[in-house]
Design a protein around this ligand. Structure first.
Ligand SMILES: NC(=O)c1ccc[n+]([C@@H]2O[C@H](COP(=O)([O-])OP(=O)(O)OC[C@H]3O[C@@H](n4cnc5c(N)ncnc54)[C@H](OP(=O)(O)O)[C@@H]3O)[C@@H](O)[C@H]2O)c1
Length: 267
C-alpha cells in the first residue's frame, strides 16, 4: 500500500504506544483519526503529530460502548472519507487473583481488547473490500502466546486476537484486505507495563515503544502477518511451549514472570 494520502483509525491514541504509532504513520503521510476517552491525551498526540506536519483528528469515545462503534465509524467516514487502515491498539490489563476478579472487570477487559476490535473490523471490512484496499492491524501481545498468571483474562483476550487475526487472514487471503497482528513483549519508556513501575525480568528485557510502531509500518509495507516485538529471540521458547507445558511453565517461572505479575497486583 502506498501510504501517502491514506486514512487510518487508531484506537488508544491518547497515551502509551498509540502516540508512537500515530507519529510514525503520519510521517509517511497517513491521516490519523485517533480514538480514546482522554481529551487531554488526544490533544497531546494531536499537537505532537501536527508539530511535525502531520494530520490528526481526535474522536472521544469509550470503546466498551460496543453499540456506539458502528455509528461512530459511519460518522467518521462521512467526515473524513474512506478508512484504509484500522489499527486496533487500545487495550487494558488488570493484575489480580482470578478468584477475586469482578464480573464487570472481566467484561471490561473482553469488551476493550476483543469485542471492540472485532466490531470495528466487522463494520469497516465491507468498505475496505468495496474500495479494494484495506489493512487491519491488531496489537495483541506475547501474553497471548503463553498464559500469564494473575493476568489470565488479558492473556485470553490477546490469544483471542491472535487466533482471530489468523482466521481472518486465511479467510480474506484472496481479497484486497490485509490482516496483521503484532505481539509485543515488555515495552519500556511508555505504556501499561512501564506505568506499572516494575522492572522487566533481566533475562527478558524490554523493547522501546518505537519498535511496535516500526512493526506496524513493516506490516503495512511488507504485508507481514504476525510480528513479534521482543528484546531477545523468543520464538524457540514459544515452540517449546507447544511441545511441553511443563518445560514452558518452568522456564516462565525461571524468568520470574509469575513473581513479577504478582507484584503488580494493586492494593
Ligand atoms: N505496554 C506494553 O508493555 C504492552 C505489551 C504488549 C502488548 N501491549 C498492547 O499494546 C496496546 C497499547 O498498550 P499501551 O501500553 O499503550 O497501553 P496504555 O498506555 O495503557 O494505553 C491504552 C490506550 O487505550 C485506550 N483505552 C483503554 N480503554 C479504552 C476505552 N474503554 N475506550 C477508549 N480507549 C481506551 C487508552 O485511552 P483512554 O484511557 O484515554 O481512553 C490509551 O490510549 C494494548 O493493546 C496492549 O495490550 C502493550
Amino acid at each position: 500500500m502506498n501510504l501517502a494520502g491514506k486514512t487510518a483509525i487508531l484506537t488508544g491514541a491518547s497515551r502509551g504506544i498509540g502516540p508512537y504509532i500515530a507519529k510514525t504513520l503520519s510521517a509517511q503521510g497517513v491521516t490519523i483519526i485517533g480514538i480514546a476517552r482522554s481529551e487531554s491525551g488526544l490533544n497531546e498526540t494531536k499537537s505532537m503529530v501536527e508539530s511535525e506536519g502531520g494530520t490528526f483528528h481526535s474522536y472521544l469515545q469509550d470503546l466498551t460502548d460496543i453499540n456506539e462503534l458502528a455509528p461512530m465509524v459511519h460518522k467518521l467516514e462521512d467526515q473524513y472519507g474512506p478508512i484504509h487502515i484500522l489499527i486496533n491498539n487500545a487495550g487494558i490489563e488488570h493484575y489480580e487473583h482470578y478468584d477475586r476478579l469482578s464480573r464487570d472487570k472481566i467484561s471490561d477487559i473482553m469488551n476493550t481488547n476483543v469485542r471492540c476490535p472485532m466490531e470495528l473490523t466487522r463494520v469497516i471490512l465491507p468498505k475496505m473490500i468495496e474500495q479494494k484496499e484495506g489493512h487491519v492491524i491488531t496489537i495483541a501481545s506475547l501474553a497471548g502466546k503463553k498464559g500469564l498468571a494473575y493476568n489470565s483474562v488479558y492473556s485470553a483476550s490477546k490469544a483471542a486476537m491472535i487466533m482471530w487475526s489468523d482466521g481472518l487472514r486465511q479467510e480474506y487471503r484472496d481479497s484486497p484486505v490485509h490482516v496483521s497482528v503484532i505481539c509485543p513483549g515488555f515495552i519500556s519508556d511508555a505504556g501499561m507495563f512501564y506505568d506499572g513501575h516494575v522492572p522487566p525480568p533481566p533475562l527478558l528485557g524490554a523493547s522501546n515503544p518505537q519498535k511496535v510502531a516500526n512493526a506496524v509500518m513493516k506490516a503495512l509495507k511488507k504485508g507481514s502477518c504476525e510480528i513479534i516485538v521482543n528484546k531477545g529471540p523468543i520464538k524457540p521458547l514459544l515452540a517449546i511451549s507447544q511441545l511441553s507445558w511443563k518445560i514452558s511453565d518452568t522456564i516462565t517461572r525461571w524468568f520470574g514472570v509469575p513473581a513479577l505479575n504478582r507484584k503488580r497486583i494493586s492494593g
